[in-house]
Design a protein around this ligand. Structure first.
Ligand SMILES: Cc1ncc(C[n+]2csc(CCOP(=O)(O)OP(=O)(O)O)c2C)c(N)n1
Ligand code: SF4
Length: 296
């Protein structure tokens, strides 16, 4: 997509559905909108068929608001709950076989660079923990080792939510689920450590409670992936159905889990810091001049 598509063909404005007119007139395309303005503009994702109170949906909504150039962004997903929401968004979504999202995104990202040259077209993968750490694991890891320049977001609800509660590699040890009644026997996989080993230029762990933080992580990850290297965000997005979290407790649960074992952490490579400072003016990464050492 591009801004050329997000407008009316001459003479057709009055014939377009209201939803479409709202999107053209009040949507975020070509503007700088932030999570703090939510409620005052037409969002790219407004309706979805996911369970009431699902934290994954809130995270996906925040992530899409945070895309630096939504009109030039393509999302890639796979089987799992998340795609039910992502596919409702008014930006392109590519959906392949279960687990092949990072392979698809690799080809897409390379193809877009050949086709559009210097004009950034951002590719963002959003997939569940099963799709990322289990079934798609090999493709995820290899895309990172190959230094494919796109963002991978794991929607980590620590279970196969869409198929009724099987354990995943990201389920914590001992967790009892509908289809893991004896409790998980192995540790939660350390995908952050693997992302570091594989050379991701930006890695963050977040929960959806802090929208500004989510926004900041997504923006950095997408910008860095344009030129520096692969980026990875791991988001705790609880499944209130499979973990029996009352809907009014979903955010409280996220806070407890964040304090306990899902602390916010961010890794930015030195190349990525320099890039964000020089290209996008990130003050926190501007190198301070080293004070001259004077000999006595
Ligand atoms: C090749 C293949 N195997 C199995 C499935 C069935 N399937 C659909 S979603 C899913 C699990 C999804 O779990 P996860 O990736 O953690 O996402 P969540 O639903 O929890 O968001 C499975 C096994 C499938 N669609 N395709
Ligand atoms: S099953 Fe779980 S992850 Fe899937 S939509 Fe429902 S609450 Fe969200």
């Amino acid at each position: 997509m591009s801004l050329d598509y997000v407008k009316f063909s001459p003479g057709f404005e009055s014939f377009m559905p209201k939803e479409y007119r709202d999107m053209v007139e009040h949507g975020p395309f070509g503007k700088k909108t932030t999570v703090s303005q939510m409620g005052s503009f037409k969002e790219i994702l407004e309706e979805h068929p996911m369970c009431a109170g699902c934290a994954m949906t809130l995270f996906i909504r925040l992530a899409i608001v945070a895309f630096p150039n939504p009109e030039d962004t393509i999302t890639v997903g796979t089987a799992g709950c998340g795609r039910l929401a992502i596919s409702q968004a008014a930006i392109p979504f590519v959906y392949g076989n279960y687990g092949d999202q990072n392979g698809v995104a690799s080809g897409l990202s390379r193809g877009l660079r050949i086709r559009f040259g210097d004009k950034p077209k951002d590719v963002v993968v959003m997939a569940g923990d099963g799709g990322t750490a289990d079934i798609g694991f090999q493709q995820v890891l290899h895309s990172w080792f190959r230094k494919e320049r796109f963002t991978t977001i794991m929607l980590d609800n620590e279970v196969y939510g869409n198929t009724g509660g099987q354990e995943s590699g990201m389920t914590t040890r001992g967790a009892v689920l509908k289809m893991a009644p004896l409790g998980k026997k192995f540790e939660k996989m350390d995908m952050v450590a693997m992302a570091k080993i594989a050379g991701c230029a930006y890695i963050a762990t977040v929960v959806p409670n802090n929208p500004r933080r989510v926004e900041s992580c997504i923006k950095k990850a997408v910008l860095i992936a344009r030129e520096v290297g692969p980026t990875y965000i791991q988001a705790y997005t609880s499944c209130n159905i499979e973990y029996a979290i009352p809907t009014d407790q979903v955010m409280a649960d996220a806070k407890t889990v964040e304090d306990d074992r899902y602390k916010f952490a961010e890794y930015v490579s030195e190349d990525a810091k320099a890039y964000l400072a020089e290209r996008y003016g990130y003050k926190e990464f501007i190198q301070k001049p080293v004070a001259a050492v004077t000999k006595a």
